[in-house]
Design a protein around this ligand. Structure first.
Ligand SMILES: [Zn+2]
Length: 430
């Protein structure tokens, strides 16, 4: 527990995230309305899905945008479309070093402590944690996990050694945000997903106990799950193994809410890297069985729909989409470097720019659109374009003007993609 521990101020976390929420990303600030329309379709189908516009510090840096612009776009969309439910703007993956400019604009904070994993807490803090939590050593009877969780005293020490410090760091960021929000409520999330090793349900339980000790009223937690979450393409890994771990995590979250007095609406946040279609079904079944909520971040998928909308429009729109591919191909090494751990591109399957420049709208769309039943779908091209938004950012006004000119085909694709391929399968079922 950190020395600066203090009780929550009244109203400090008065905002409450609803059961089902969708983290959407809008790289260039033009699609908030189209994204909101997808949530309105869910509403009409009887399911409340709350939009959360998230944009990471890294993405702001690459695009050259500010958090205030995300807030403005979200507010405008909500006003223009008459959305009456809640919505939020997420300071995604922030740290103490990067959080300041998000504070006036954001009411959701993803406290990223992945880099702190493995840094040891002080011996005194570790000893205090272990003394406080004898119940975590041995068999922990977590309902929903057959036989409960078995955590040996040594394993507990090891887990505390690895995760106590990152949780303390989350506490520092949390208190910093609380102090600077001047009493305005916000939703805290803790993310540990951008690291090498997935966290097990046992680790998640220890982490949640430490978070409760640190008095961070988190409403969502983003562990790293088993398998690969490559950008823009489907899950790679053993779906059955994912489902077992995911159900274990749901059981742990429910148990931790009861035993450590964490917020009753605490839920898992899945940083999907977009489009993890093959695990939507298992996730839907699991949250239904547990009566749990979920927050799904699927941000980059929207930028690819902008490209699809441009290509589909033909003419200058198609030419621009072709040019972006050619530039992305030429700069593929530099574009891929910051995302190396979350993409798997087979360079041999990337079409040459000259070939793409000869494509019809239908060919471009078929290669890019995430329809795995289409033999022309190319997951390597899709991943490259997913990380290629910097090319469009560098085009500046020219790209933004094209978004305006081809707004009809773009927004139609943005809405349909979120509704048909994400919201429906995850939140509604077939
Ligand atoms: Zn993430």
């Amino acid at each position: 527990m950190s020395a600066s521990l203090r009780p929550l101020a009244p109203g400090e976390s008065s905002l409450r995230l609803e059961k089902l929420s969708l983290g959407v990303g809008d790289r260039f600030g033009h699609q908030a309305g189209a994204q909101l329309r997808a949530c309105m379709l869910a509403s009409r189908a009887g399911v409340a899905v709350i939009p959360v516009w998230n944009k990471s510090n890294r993405e702001h840096g690459i695009v050259g945008s500010e958090p205030s612009a995300v807030r403005a776009a979200a507010d405008r969309a909500v006003r223009e479309l008459g959305w009456r439910q809640s919505y939020h703007v997420d300071a995604d993956h922030i740290t103490l070093r990067t959080v300041d400019r998000f504070i006036p604009a954001c009411d959701f904070y993803t406290l990223d402590v992945a880099d702190a994993i493995g840094k040891p807490a002080s011996t005194a803090d570790s000893a205090m944690f272990l003394a406080r939590h004898p119940e975590l050593a041995g068999r922990v009877p977590v309902p929903g996990i057959d036989g409960g969780l078995e955590i040996s005293p040594q394993a507990l020490r090891d887990i505390a050694q690895r995760f106590l410090y990152p949780v303390q760091e989350a506490g520092r960021i949390y208190r910093y945000v609380a102090d600077h929000r001047n009493g305005a409520g916000f939703i805290p999330e803790i993310s540990m997903d951008e690291t090498d090793a997935p966290q097990t349900p046992a680790e998640l339980l220890v982490i949640l106990a430490a978070i409760a000790d640190e008095r961070i009223p988190i409403q969502t937690i983003a562990p790293k799950f088993t398998g690969r979450f490559n950008k823009g393409v489907d899950y790679v890994g053993d779906v059955a193994e994912f489902e077992a771990c995911f159900r274990g995590d749901l059981a742990v979250v429910a148990y931790a809410i009861r035993h450590y007095a964490l917020p009753a609406n605490l839920k898992l946040s899945v940083h999907s890297g977009s489009d993890k279609f093959s695990i939507y079904g298992p996730m839907r079944g699991a949250i239904r069985d547990f009566g749990a909520g979920i927050h799904l971040k699927t941000a980059g998928t929207t930028w690819l729909e902008e490209l699809i909308g441009l290509a589909e429009a033909g003419g200058d729109g198609l030419a621009l989409a072709q040019e972006i591919y050619a530039e992305a191909w030429a700069h593929r090494d530099a574009l891929c470097a910051p995302y190396a751990s979350v993409i798997d591109i087979d360079a041999g399957r990337l079409p040459a720019p000259a070939e793409v420049s000869a494509w019809t709208p239908e060919q471009y769309v078929a290669a890019l659109r995430h329809d795995q039943s289409n033999p022309a779908y190319n997951r390597d091209l899709r991943q490259l374009l997913h990380v290629g938004y910097k090319i469009a950012a560098n085009m500046g006004r020219r790209y933004l003007d094209a978004l305006d000119r081809y707004e009809e085909s773009i927004s139609r694709n943005v809405t349909l993609n979120l509704w048909e391929r994400h919201i429906s399968p995850l939140f509604l079922g077939d």
